[in-house]
Design a protein around this ligand. Structure first.
Ligand SMILES: Nc1ncnc2c1ncn2[C@@H]1O[C@H](COP(=O)(O)OP(=O)(O)OP(=O)(O)O)[C@@H](O)[C@H]1O
Length: 365
């Protein structure tokens, strides 16, 4: 970056709409990809402890290393950050959080950037694999990954160790192949429900019966609604070499004849009741299926950054837009100049369209 551009920051107000960490993650990822300096103010202003938490700070420092960026304000609880990227290297990176910082949210920040690297990258991260208010690792593998294939994106993710709040101790490996350009993604036609699957787990001192309760309640709920529907939920008690601490949760997916994959997940917190976790996840999933939407409420916001970068029109048919999604759209529009069109259809579904930048990976042209 030459000096002439050094003060030319795009400013993102982190308090706008959702006011959480996602505006920061998307703004910095796009900053690295587009080579545009960004200033994020009022970071996480709507959260009880505003400013950068461990997860965000590790993410910022990772992107600093990936894009060889100059950064001001990268300290814990900082509410103001200036980030000036240079070129994106592809390499092996290690992030050691020593907390339960969400590994998938660190990956959420790095994945789009590594698609624009000169070569393939490997990201070894420690922290929480299944923590609240973040995608669980199984969601990333079973829902995000197959849905991103529609943009031509491929990544591999291995879970080496599971980690939960408060200690973390989880470890994952992410491998990302760079791309020339992202294809536009189409998520329009629900088709017919084909398969409901799931994964109910517990770990540490929590008995396997908790995972069995999740499985039975979730399967019962699906069969109550669709008596002949295939529904298979795997029950796993993690062995101590895979997970040291207590944790429990369930991830469910619905697959349709047109390749839609929707996910719903719940995670045990203080008082863990397997029946409640199983019921909450299955009700959430059933709601998506009943509405015949193609993109679930959490995938929505996670697709926006790829839609704005893709080469041509991406379209998704989903439920009501979440605040996270509206925030992601706001950041994407401000950073890239693209426009998202949002329309509520007579069916009640929401159609989101975006004619993406077709932004090329300069190294692979
Ligand atoms: N149950 C879930 N399944 C899948 N994804 C989820 C789930 N819960 C949250 N997410 C995703 O995790 C991200 C959370 O963003 P958010 O800005 O709330 O995160 P954050 O960095 O933890 O910030 P904060 O701590 O400020 O809330 C969003 O992309 C959201 O869709």
């Amino acid at each position: 970056m030459d000096d002439m551009d050094a003060n030319d920051f795009i400013e993102i107000d982190g308090s706008y709409l959702e006011g959480g960490g996602q505006a920061l993650r998307n703004a910095l990822s796009l900053s690295c990809i587009l080579g545009k300096p960004v200033r994020v103010i009022k970071i996480r202003a709507n959260r009880p402890k505003p400013g950068l938490s461990h997860q965000h700070l590790h993410g910022v420092n990772l992107l600093r290393d990936i894009a060889n960026a100059d950064v001001v304000g990268n300290s814990l609880f900082s509410t103001h950050l200036e980030f000036s990227p240079r070129t994106i290297r592809g390499d092996t990176y290690r992030v050691e959080t020593r907390t339960a910082a969400s590994i998938t949210l660190i990956y959420q920040m790095a994945l789009p950037v590594l698609l624009y690297a000169a070569r393939s990258s490997r990201l070894d991260a420690t922290g929480g694999t299944n923590v609240s208010f973040a995608p669980q690792v199984e969601y990333m593998q079973q829902v995000l990954l197959p849905n991103l294939k529609r943009f031509g994106i491929h990544f591999e993710m291995k879970i080496l160790h599971y980690g939960f709040y408060p200690r973390g101790n989880g470890r994952c490996l992410l491998e990302v192949l760079p791309m020339r350009r992202l294809d536009p993604g189409q998520f329009l036609d629900f088709g017919e429900l084909q398969m409901v699957e799931g994964f109910a787990f517990c770990a540490g001192r929590l008995p396997k019966s908790i995972a069995l309760d999740m499985q039975q309640t979730a399967q019962r709920e699906i069969h109550r609604l669709w008596p002949h529907q295939d529904c298979s939920i795997e029950v796993v008690k993690h062995t101590p070499d895979k997970a040291r601490d207590n944790g429990a949760g369930i991830i469910m997916t619905a697959r349709t004849s047109t390749g839609c994959i929707l996910g719903a997940a719940t995670l045990g917190e203080k008082k863990i009741d397997g029946h409640v976790l199983g019921s909450d996840a299955s009700c959430q999933l059933a709601e998506y299926v009943r509405k015949e939407i193609c993109v679930d409420a959490h995938l929505q916001d996670q697709l926006i950054i790829y839609m704005c970068l893709a080469n041509g029109y991406s379209r998704m048919r989903t439920g009501p837009l979440t605040k996270h999604t509206r925030t992601a759209i706001h950041v994407a529009e401000k950073m890239t100049g693209v426009k998202f069109e949002v329309e509520v259809e007579p069916s009640g579904q929401t159609l989101v369209r975006c004619n993406g930048l077709g932004y090329p990976n300069g190294y692979l042209l």
